[in-house]
Design a protein around this ligand. Sequence first.
Ligand SMILES: *Cc1c(COP(=O)(O)O)cnc(C)c1O
Length: 358
Amino acid sequence: MEIRVNPAPPETRKEKPADEARLGFGKFFTDHMFTMTYTSKGGWENAEIGPYRPLCLDPTAMCLHYGQEIFEGMKAYRGRDGEIYLFRPQENIRRMNRSAERLCMPGVDPDLFQEAVVKLVLLEKDWIPNGRGTSLYIRPTMIATEAALGVHPSDRYLFFIIVGPVGAYYQEGFNPTKIYVSEEYVRSVRGGTGNCKNAGNYAASLYASQIAIKIGYTQVLWLDAIEKKYVEEVGTSNIFFLIGDELVTPPLEGTILAGVTRDSVIQIARRMGRTVSERRISMDEILRAVETGMLREIFASGTAAVVSPVGQFFYQGKEYLVNDGKTGALTRQLYEEIIGIQCGEKEDPFGWRIKIAG
Ligand SMILES: *Cc1c(COP(=O)(O)O)cnc(C)c1O
């Protein structure tokens, strides 16, 4: 399918944010968006890059009532000499199609999907910030648009991609986070949708997050829903523990998101000669490791922050300090390695980086 381009009239173009230090996350979006519509009769049609604009939906649009909504999060990076890179985009595309299947939504042709991302990013390339750690965030989204009530899979969908500049997550260096282990609320169960990036998962996580924030913590550490014993994820990131010389992360058993960053961390750490285990890890084991001094580092991984050190956690009424509340050496090393690959500073032995310009 051909992607039409319908440029936004020059007088409607927004002013680009001048101060890269104040970009933050999710605040600015560019002048154009990609859209494509689906009907059960015609399949995907009308692939177009046009002006960024509000959507027009019938009040009964099924996404508003029954939650058929999925999304992805990826980034485009600017290299030192103006090159533009994507990082493992096919992983996000595959994952979005897996989410689609689980929510009875139609898949998108992976080549067309990537072409849409590349075309949109290149059209908006002047919006990509320059600073180290900054990027153009890419948010592909799919929503059910059939105008009807009654629970059933929609027969119409809208797929859109919006992009916007985001700042470096660590403006003033690493700031270890404090996490709250929730025993009352859970994020997902086996057989549910915890391994999909669908809107409902995030709505369901807000309540526990608010509790954590109220008592001074940044994120919730989620435990398994059945025994409330094993660690799953932190906030909307995957989690890693350095215990002695073993780097441990929970396995992909259907309840957690298969993070692209998680997989990258695992592969890079192994290449550095580290022992990495994807296995269940219980709070008991973590507390024992704290007692014996074996718990060296905890960090979260995700596209937004790359890796995010955890300096403290709260569990069953007690606070525990990790690495004296400081960022660990491995956390820092992994951050440098990944960001170096993403922006073209470092060798890319894995072939993860895709150069789309420069
Ligand atoms: C997006 C997300 C992650 C991280 O995935 P990346 O591909 O590394 O960005 C982890 N957990 C949840 C729940 C997520 O939504």
